[in-house]
Ligand binder design. Structure first.
Ligand code: PLP
Length: 460
């Protein structure tokens, strides 16, 4: 349950929005009776405003999607221009916004991936990537990691590793989970990154051997797992997965729905690891969610499968011109303004060093991980046992208190179980970062009180 820290709005329009919401809107991932949603009346750059006119710095980028910040003028102008010209056209026609968006996406993808299948979001991209892999290989099974999130539609939620899958399985077959590398909470009792990488690959090889590699259509991985904890893979791991896929004729799907389009300080996270997947799924940052859009970037070999054969998938709104125009505006603005490079610099020079410095003073911080504008604080009750500050799949009073205090102080954070993610827009300025990090530093002191050391450290 969200802690009601912000009073219900008093502005008449916001008050009406709140009341109608409570009466008629059925929210995602929520017990409807326990909701107290903040009414957002406007947003700009890194900030949003509530119904009382209070301003919040958004360190969550909503659901880690507003990579270019709110209301970027070039993206808004691109949507308006497209709306004046052509609001909708079915996927079977060609359209300039869609063609340009595909060119701009492919130009940034690894070599050998030259076609884009557009979707309306991330889960639908995952659904189609899996469908392509199954049709291309003639196999059924798909392997994914336990520490993952791939979306909420049937295939995507079954691939998802985290507890949100549990209520959604309904007896679906063909989904096999394995452990990816995660040195801090190593499933393999490794003590170095090299050991973690080698043991995780050995584990995957064993899973393949016991599942029968000839039955496996695809391995899907988030290049840098996001919602499950922002865990950059150790050197050699992704190259090892690529090699296993090549050896057994398995399709390698890199899910870049969260990690793509600047989030890690590169256009795609695979750019950091010198690995070429067969399929890349994307959404979120491609147009920052101004109009729903996602897609699959397809290797030449898989695309060729469907030169003669029909691809059996697509929705009425696939490749929607307003969404594609927003993507063109976004990608062009990101390139012109050096936004991806800015995200890399903010991570390296500001966010990483400041969070690591906080970890020296706050016993509640077990580990700091990340790159670009994609960082996680792994919060623990005890640094030696690494006992999480909230249980797997749940929350705790300490987390609720921290999140509530941050909101009251004007900072929106992304929280998943015992973790706080620092995932601001790629466009965030250094001054804005310092403003938010100072609040984070203060509220972490509240959480320190819940650790076994009980230390309360005041911000410097
Ligand atoms: N894949 C990853 C890696 C994600 O992080 C998400 C959403 O957070 C999805 C897929 C699902 O995307 P959507 O919510 O747009 O369907």
């Amino acid at each position: 349950k969200e802690t009601p820290t912000v009073p219900a709005p008093t502005d008449p329009a916001a008050k009406r929005a709140y009341e109608l919401d409570r009466a008629h809107v059925f929210h995602s991932w929520s017990a409807q009776g326990a909701l107290d949603p903040m009414v957002v009346t406007r947003a700009e750059g890194s900030y949003v405003w509530d119904g009382e006119g209070n301003k919040y710095l958004d360190f969550s980028s909503q659901l880690v999607n507003t990579n270019i910040g709110h209301q970027h003028p070039k993206v808004v102008a691109a949507i308006k221009a497209q709306a004046d010209k052509l609001c909708t056209i079915s996927p079977s026609y060609a359209n300039d916004a869609r063609s340009e968006a595909a060119r701009l996406v492919v130009e940034r993808a690894p070599e050998g991936l030259n076609k884009v299948f557009f979707t309306n979001g991330g889960a639908e991209a995952v659904e189609n990537a899996v469908r392509m892999a199954r049709l291309h290989t003639g196999r059924q099974k798909v392997l994914s990691t336990y520490r993952s999130y791939h979306g909420a539609t049937t295939t995507a939620i079954n691939l998802t590793g985290d507890p949100r899958r549990w209520a959604n399985e309904f007896g679906n077959a063909g989904f096999v989970h394995f452990f990816g590398p995660f040195l801090y909470r190593s499933p393999f009792h490794a003590t170095t990154e090299a050991e973690e990488s080698a043991r995780a690959l050995e584990h995957l090889e064993q899973i393949l051997a016991f599942e029968g590699p000839g039955t496996v259509a695809a391995i899907i991985l988030e290049t840098v797992p996001g919602t499950a904890g922002i865990m950059p893979p150790p050197p050699g791991y992704l190259a090892g997965v690529r090699e296993l896929c090549d050896r057994h004729g398995i399709i390698f799907i890199a899910d870049e729905v969260m990690s793509g389009f600047g989030r890690t300080g590169a256009w795609f996270a695979v750019d950091h690891y010198d690995v070429t997947p067969d399929l890349i799924t994307f959404a979120k940052g491609v147009n920052s969610g101004y109009v729903p859009l996602g897609g699959v970037i397809i290797s030449d070999a898989i695309a060729a499968t469907f030169d003669e054969r029909v691809y059996p998938g697509g929705l009425t709104y696939s490749g929607h011109p307003l969404a594609c125009a927003a993507a063109v505006g976004t990608i062009e603005a990101m390139a012109e303004e050096g936004i991806v490079e800015h995200a890399a610099e903010m991570g390296e020079r500001v966010i990483g060093p400041r969070l690591r410095e906080m970890a020296e003073r706050h016993p509640v911080i077990g580990e700091v991980r990340g790159l670009g504008v994609f960082w996680a604080l792994d919060l623990v009750v005890d640094r030696d046992t690494k006992e999480p500050l909230a249980p797997y799949g749940g929350s705790s009073p300490a987390i609720a208190e921290l999140m509530g205090a941050a909101k009251t102080a004007g900072l929106l954070l992304f929280n998943n179980y015992h973790r706080i993610h620092v995932v601001p827009p790629c466009t965030i300025s250094e001054a804005e970062l310092e403003e938010g990090l100072a609040i984070l530093d203060e509220v972490l002191s509240l959480a320190d009180a819940h650790t076994t050391s009980g230390a309360v450290v005041t911000a410097s």
